[in-house]
Design a binder for this molecule. Structure first.
Ligand SMILES: Nc1ncnc2c1ncn2[C@@H]1O[C@H](COP(=O)(O)OP(=O)(O)OP(=O)(O)O)[C@@H](O)[C@H]1O
Length: 242
């Protein structure tokens, strides 16, 4: 099967600071890849290369066989820092990125995705009336509403409390069962990576390279306490020097 995302020998530095040092990675359509690595190694920079916000100094990033030259609407970034517009209601936020000129159709799509992420009844609410977890749902709904092929997630749940983050992981898995997206997740949380991903890529310290790759064969729902997953966790932590 052709790769959805194909990274070949990608290198990126900032002035004299080498950050990404030759990354090769092929991600299959519908695959969920988590990327973990030491603090400051270059995870976000790698994600920006994939999403077209930065360009490699050498090597290439291709999506669907085409070089990535700029951010495209079929790949959406969800980051740690919310990007919900405070002056718009939930419904208006969800309608914002939709290109249809038919307002009723846009509103119907917005309401559908509000429902998908569990925000039914809050369509007319403003962001300041919502909790942190609900705001994250708005952001995920807004990303899903444009029906992207790819979700790039940079520490999406790290600003949430632990219980809400657990809940959001399950919500994400449920949504992915229904709408098959290719997902790249950057996370500091090795358990989150093991719980969610088909494959965990471990990066080395900066300038970063792929140190190792751990396929996670376990079907969902997973229990991170399973001995097989605990063994993978130990191996990843070992690779991270912990
Ligand atoms: N636009 C930029 N200009 C200059 N330096 C940058 C830029 N973006 C990132 N860097 C540098 O690149 C290095 C890697 O940063 P990056 O944010 O990619 O790491 P990270 O692994 O995501 O970090 P963290 O684990 O803290 O989230 C850092 O030393 C950072 O200062």
């Amino acid at each position: 099967m052709d790769a959805k995302i194909l990274v070949s020998g990608a290198r990126k530095g900032f002035k004299s600071l080498p950050v990404v040092d030759g990354i090769d990675l092929a991600v299959a359509p519908g695959e969920f890849v988590a990327i973990v690595g030491p603090s400051g190694c270059g995870k976000s920079t790698l994600l920006k290369l994939l999403a077209g916000f930065e360009h490699p100094d050498s090597g290439s990033v291709m999506i669907d066989g085409q070089p990535v030259t700029r951010p495209t609407p079929n790949a959406i970034v969800i980051s740690q820092h919310g990007s919900v517009f405070p002056w718009l209601t939930v419904q208006e936020n969800l309608m914002f990125g939709l290109s249809s000129t038919d307002d009723a159709a846009r509103a119907a799509t917005a309401d559908h995705y509000a429902d998908v992420v569990g925000l039914k009844g809050f369509e007319k609410a403003y962001p300041h009336e919502l909790s942190g977890g609900m705001l994250k749902r708005v952001e995920i709904a807004r990303a899903l509403a444009v029906k992207p092929d790819i979700l790039f997630m940079d520490e999406p749940f790290s600003a949430l409390d632990a219980l809400t983050a657990l809940k959001m992981r399950n919500e994400l898995l449920r949504i992915l069962r229904e709408e098959r997206h290719t997902v790249i997740l950057i996370t500091h949380d090795v358990e989150e990576a093991i719980y969610l991903a088909d494959r965990v890529v471990v990066l080395s310290p900066r300038p970063t390279r792929i140190a190792s790759v751990f396929p996670i064969g376990q079907p969902h729902p997973r229990k991170v306490s399973q001995p097989e997953l605990q063994a993978v966790k130990e191996a990843i932590l070992g690779q991270l020097g912990l």
